[in-house]
Design a protein around this ligand. Sequence first.
Ligand SMILES: NC(=O)c1ccc[n+]([C@@H]2O[C@H](COP(=O)([O-])OP(=O)(O)OC[C@H]3O[C@@H](n4cnc5c(N)ncnc54)[C@H](OP(=O)(O)O)[C@@H]3O)[C@@H](O)[C@H]2O)c1
Length: 260
Amino acid sequence: MPLLGLGLYKATGEGEAENAIRSAALMGYRLFDTASAYKNEIEVGAGIASCGIPREEIFVTTKIWNNAQRIGNIEKAFERSLDRLKLDYVDLYLIQWPVPGCYIDTWHVFEDLYRSGRARAIGVSNFNEYQLDDLMMHSEIVPAVNQIEYHPLFNQDSIRNFCLKNGIAVQACAPLARGAYLNRDVLRVIAEKYHRSTAQIGLRWLIQKGCAVIPKSTREERILENSQIFDFELDLREMEAIDALNENYRSASIPEDLLV
Ligand SMILES: NC(=O)c1ccc[n+]([C@@H]2O[C@H](COP(=O)([O-])OP(=O)(O)OC[C@H]3O[C@@H](n4cnc5c(N)ncnc54)[C@H](OP(=O)(O)O)[C@@H]3O)[C@@H](O)[C@H]2O)c1
């Protein structure tokens, strides 16, 4: 899985996802992250088809939403995603949220989708250690990925360590906290030293923690900026100074149907 990808949540304006994918592909992005809940799989599929990069070099992630898990027709939901994307396989299929009482059954169908080759890898999102343990205890295939909100204001070192110990890759979603940390002085000072933006410092901090990142932007200059994070390195003191910004701040809300 590429370490860098383009997030596509809220890229729903006309032509937005498609244009963003085409620009990003030219700049070297190869991973595109969508979900059935984002309501843009058709446009994402169009972007993938028209971006000029061979399908086999592109990594496409999509996710199953909570109501499909409750209804229980997982395979149908997966097929609908493939139809919308106009693809015959996805590279990664994720359970977007751990719906209580459902996620283990969902995972058993995911295991079949993996075995069929139509989902090249399967994983989860927003799972904590308990839920990962529960899943692994009741299934055969260990999730390839746990996609979790992770950024300087929401340090997830504990779950990251658990995942890495169990061979689960960590992919940081909302890695820019939707802009919430970009004005912090600690980050500004470090950004000035490296002639970078605070967004690039936050993304680099995640890469150095062993996480993949999927910042979202539909603006060309920011798509480019967010990709320029592989040619400098933060030192230990800088990593620790950024660690200290943690406030357990969540920028993406937990879906209402899970707040019981
Ligand atoms: N699994 C899940 O439950 C889950 C939850 C949240 C997110 N995700 C995934 O993770 C992706 C990223 O998360 P996100 O979209 O919530 O938030 P994000 O990537 O943290 O932040 C995106 C916001 O920051 C702006 N932005 C992007 N680059 C910037 C830069 N260099 N400087 C200043 N502002 C910048 C974007 O605006 P512009 O577009 O106008 O540039 C957008 O408003 C999503 O798109 C989605 O694919 C998954």
